[in-house]
Design a protein around this ligand. Structure first.
Ligand code: URA
Length: 206
């Protein structure tokens, strides 16, 4: 299911990121902050288990997260969404999926994969700022499922309808979270209005 997280702070910060004059430092900082704000919605349904603790006053039955959380950035732009999420879930493990997009066919190619143990017991959060054709996200979700992941969420900053449709078709069990559903993809595979090449803007490359 698609969930567009509608929040004034997210809209404000995303607009700063979309501006072409925004530099690397501010782009990264706003991405971190939006990642943190999105965590609140992304984690709303995380299961809890009761634990017995002692407060300075008395015995108390509190809660802790019942499942391990694994964040899976799709390299390289996905790395830009890790810090903001990890700040709020500091026990999260980080897997890595290395993929690049063939600029002509727009097809994803995998060059690196690394996962923690027992993905089947975890909440697996695949992250990539831009959900364009959906090719990389569908491939990354295929890969984590092959490793045993059963509870998978996809978190992106900006999505195109084409990408959302592709993920929903290939992985109807995966919830997709966006800060914005944009208008369309252009003939070069860029999201419109979008924010340009997220990887280049995060890392200051061209
Ligand atoms: N990847 C990006 O970085 N930007 C887009 O607009 C589409 C894919």
């Amino acid at each position: 299911m698609l969930k567009v997280i509608d929040h004034p702070l997210i809209k404000h910060k995303l607009t700063v990121m979309r501006k072409k004059e925004t530099g690397t430092k501010d782009f990264r900082q706003n991405l971190d902050e939006i990642g943190g704000l999105m965590v609140y919605e992304i984690t709303r349904d995380l299961p809890l288990k009761p634990i017995e603790i002692e407060t300075p006053i008395c015995q108390y039955t509190g809660y802790e997260l019942a499942k391990k959380v694994v964040i899976v950035p799709i390299l390289r732009a996905g790395l830009g969404m890790v810090n903001g999420i990890q700040d709020l879930i500091p026990t999260a493990k980080i897997a890595h999926v290395g993929m690049y997009r063939d600029e002509e066919t727009l097809e994803p190619h995998t060059y690196f994969e690394k996962y923690p143990k027992n993905l089947e017991e975890a909440i697996t959060i695949v992250v990539d700022p831009m959900l364009a054709t959906g090719g990389s996200s569908v491939a990354a979700i295929d890969m984590v499922k092959k490793q045993g992941a059963t509870n998978v969420k996809l978190v992106c900053l900006v999505g195109a309808p084409e990408g959302v449709k592709a993920v929903e078709k290939a992985h109807p069990d995966v919830d997709v979270y966006l800060a914005s559903l944009d208008d369309h993809l252009n003939e070069h595979g860029y999201i419109v209005p979008g924010l340009g090449d997220a990887g280049d803007r995060i890392f200051g490359t061209k």
